[in-house]
Design a protein around this ligand. Sequence first.
Ligand code: F6P
Length: 417
Amino acid sequence: MPTGTLLYAQSGGVTAVINATAAAVLQAARARRVRVLAARNGILGALAEDLLDASALTATEVRRLAHTPGGAFGSCRLKLKSLAEDRAKYERLLAVFRAHDVRWFLYNGGNDSADTALKVSQLAAEYGYPLTCVGVPKTIDNDLAVTDCSPGFGSAAKYTAVSVRECALDVAAMAETSTRVFIYEAMGRHAGWLAAAAGLAGDGRDAAPHLILFPERVFDEADFLARVDAVVKRVGHCVVVASEGIRTADGRFVAEAGGQDSFGHAQLGGVAAHLAARVKDALGHKVHWALPDYLQRSARHLASATDLAHATAVGRAAVEAALAGQNAVMPVIVRDGDAPYRWHVDIAPLARIANHEKTMPKGFIRADGYGITAAARRYLAPLVAGEAYPPYGRDGLPDYVQPKVPGVRRRLPRWQA
Ligand code: F6P
């Protein structure tokens, strides 16, 4: 039986299936009789020595956690800078790890979090502290490098494609006397993966979504408006999917909600409202728009079974890698075939993943820039495949759990940032 404690922390925007990864971590560690602590609110809790005894969760609570969206232990956006700039913080983390005999650190996040896990492993090596750091992938943005896809994306993609398909039927039904243009705003920051997933809602020139706006393409308002008008004239209505991260030729976001997080990312949001106003003013069509925002990243009721399987597999693989002493690595999804879809989990060095951002390849965006290609469909289709409905209670609502996890007694003086 390995000795020591495993610390698990969630980081960045949560997903519909990140708790499935957490549940898999807990189950795999339990099978190996390893104690698991969780940091409350991600790395913030690790710095503040605000730790939770995740091993105290019952097997039933862990099973319910596996189908509950959100982040069970809390997550945060806190980017640690370089080892030189934030040395005191990294040293504090090591002090906390030492105080609680943490020998394995699992950090469940995106590319910035992979960078933090890598740096923690470097400092531990410098101090000769025996620590194995493993990044665990997640992000609805699907912008993690090396892995074929990121757990969390498939479910958000399924929500997007389903919502656009359903809404398009509504718009089509009323277009003659009411709304002619509908605009749906997809998350994804600098990567158009979620917007692209909307393309699965329909195929063919006149099928919705008629126009997709990608952050990988410069937004040209005049061209966009002309295309909207042409679709309305031809089809009778037009469904547009706009990525929140679209920019004009001068590099400016079309819509920025204002403010930045500690990762240095601008808060995006408001593209659909902006475009709707432009369509109404310039073309005179009646417009509706939707900002699904957190709905798309928490929609566990519409989770993809493939995504859930990925999220579970990376949690399990992360524990196995950590206990085998594979340091500064991340389990990644490797695609072995499209149809039938086949995949397996491999282990990749964090150095290849940290701080990289994977955007849509050229071959996935149609030549006119407003739709997806057959290659993109082949890539996306398996990721949204299969339903993984949560159990529903007698109240007609999903049976989600917010487990009360006991805190761990502090062993160090309070920390001042
Ligand atoms: O988790 C990724 C993401 O959902 C992006 O797509 C989005 O821009 C961002 O998070 C929103 O972040 P926050 O919740 O911190 O505003």
